[in-house]
Structure formats: structure tokens, C-alpha cells
Design a protein around this ligand. Sequence first.
Ligand code: AMP
Ligand code: ZN
Length: 164
Amino acid sequence: MIEALTITQKRKDKEKRMMKKENCLFCKIANGEIPSHTLYEDEYFRAILDVNPATKGHTLLLSKDHFQDLFDLDRRIEKKILPLAKVLGEYLKQSLDCNGIHLVQNNGKAAGQTVFHFHMHLIPRYEGDEEMITWNPKPVDEEELADVLKKIKEVKNIGQEPRR
Ligand code: AMP
Ligand code: ZN
């Protein structure tokens, strides 16, 4: 019995280890192989201070397993992220007295992702700090909006459970 349990545990551990990617900086940080300024840790996540912060308290929420981005996440992790980001955001608001918080999560090079291991930014904002995370709104005509909407809706199984 004990042997069976040990084998099951070993298999689980092996599966877990396989979720780490060789030479991934955030795998190493998330799993404590590289030191970081950790403000929160549990079985699945580590939250650290960004070493090049946009503002005071800029935090990165990392998954411990390796997922490239949001679209690569498994369901179990997916469900936990937003509730955890909310709790961490509360901590930042109370401790740093910020006036707002951005949640930023870049997926893909075109979207500015530079470290290809899932992470979410929590960026505290302070009244009067410099402008960031902005875009230039442009006018669009009704035809173009309708065309975009048609394209998006052509994807048949939108809103369904992703396959695992
Ligand atoms: P992204 O551009 O969304 O991939 O964000 C990557 C973030 O990781 C940037 O804000 C970097 O400043 C941050 N970063 C890179 N290396 C480290 C590190 N060793 N410790 C903490 N943050 C880091
Ligand atoms: Zn990784």
C-alpha cells in the first residue's frame, strides 16, 4: 500500500516537473531556484516585485507550472488567477495607498510579451503619475464595425469550453 502510494506520488511529481521548461527564467523564479522579491506564494503561484517597475509596487503574478501565455493555461490555474489577482490588488491598495491598479497581461510578441511564461502584471497607479498603458482612439465607420463583428462570429465554437 505504502509502495503504491509512493509510486503514485512519484508519478505526480514527475508530471509536475515536466511542467517546467528548461532555461525558462520565470520557471526558475516561480519555483524558487532564482531568488526574487516574493510577496505571496502558494502551491500554484508566486507573486514577485518586477525588477524594472513601471510604478512603486509593480507586481508580477507567475504560475509555478510553465504555460506560455493565457491560451496555454490549464483550467485549474485559469480559475484561480482572477480571484488571486483581486486579493493581491487589495493588499497593494491598502499597503501602498495607490489610487488605482492596472491588471495587464500580454500574450504574444505582438502584444508586448517579452517573457514567454504566463504572468499577470499588477501595476499600482498614483494620482498624477506619468501616463502609461494608453492608445490612440480612431474613428471607424459602421461598415467596418459590422465587418469585424461578422468575422469574429464566424468562429463556430466561440464561448465553448476549450479542449484539454
Ligand atoms: P512582459 O513584457 O509582459 O513579458 O513582462 C515581463 C516583465 O518581467 C517585465 O516587466 C520585466 O521588467 C520583468 N522581469 C524580467 N526579468 C525579471 C526578473 N528577473 N525579476 C523580476 N521581474 C523581471
Ligand atoms: Zn516557464
